[in-house]
Design a protein around this ligand. Structure first.
Ligand SMILES: [Zn+2]
Length: 251
């Protein structure tokens, strides 16, 4: 799945279209039925921003196009007249460039999206206080590793950086929110921001324990464990030595 940093990179590339009236086409049949092209064609694009894993295109007249890439979507910026391969979902043609979306499971006009999403972990600076406030309004028995992936609480943290930031701060993904202090929560959020920001800026770095089940923890040598977490059964990874506390019931 594209993580928040990949979405932010796409938003940066798409800035070349901002301020221009766009020719909009939706060649893919599943996009065509949404009737997006007739509503957007010829409108000026006012901004493109990434919020969490969503790209939001604001058009004149108050229309907001939301693109969420899920597993398969990708945006590219091409020269305006470059050949476009395959059957893209959406082509946004400006004066010199074209933004092209291939695969687009979520593509819709949505005015309320920015209100529903939590604060963006990649904002500069991120609103950690608002994230904490949202996390504290959740049921206290919710596990922190599950809550960090909830885009209504914090937008943009994917499974990789959830795993890595919890490990870096020594917090078990299985601990209940009630058992995690504000300081710990804040440190985990700050670490997620730092790791993801470094990725966005192209700094080298790699996951330390993600998908390393059975390998030695880079800090203490204990074998890394994994177990599915939350309703979506996203795989959690943790070091039972460095990240003490609650464990999954069945692991
Ligand atoms: Zn360890």
């Amino acid at each position: 799945m594209p993580e928040g940093d990949a979405i932010h990179r796409a938003a940066r590339r798409l800035q070349v279209l901002v301020g221009q009236e766009l020719e909009v086409e939706a060649p893919h049949p599943r996009a065509a039925v949404k009737q997006l092209a007739p509503r957007l064609d010829g409108r000026r694009l006012e901004s493109v921003e990434a919020i969490g894993k969503n790209l939001l295109f604001r058009f004149e007249g108050g229309l907001v196009l939301r693109s969420h890439l899920r597993m398969s979507g990708r945006w590219r910026v091409l020269q305006k007249d470059a050949p476009v391969f395959g059957t893209p979902w959406l082509v946004l043609r400006g004066e010199q460039h074209a933004g092209v979306l291939w695969g687009g499971p979520v593509l819709e006009i949505d005015r309320g999206i920015a209100r529903r999403l939590g604060p963006d972990i990649l904002a500069d600076p991120p609103d950690f206080d608002a994230m904490l406030a949202r996390l504290r309004r959740e049921p206290h028995e919710r596990e922190i590793g599950d809550a960090l992936l909830d885009q209504h609480l914090v937008a943009g943290i994917g499974n990789v950086w959830k795993v890595e930031s919890l490990w870096a701060e020594g917090v078990s993904p299985w601990r209940r929110l009630a058992d995690v202090t504000d300081e710990e929560l804040r440190r985990v959020l700050e670490e997620a921001h730092r790791l993801m920001r470094a990725r966005l800026d192209g700094k080298p770095g790699r996951a330390r324990i993600y998908r390393r089940v059975g390998h030695a923890c880079p800090r203490c040598g204990t074998p890394i464990r994994s177990w599915p977490q939350g309703d979506a059964a996203r795989m959690a990874y943790w070091c039972p030595q460095c990240q003490r506390g609650e464990e999954p019931k069945t692991a």
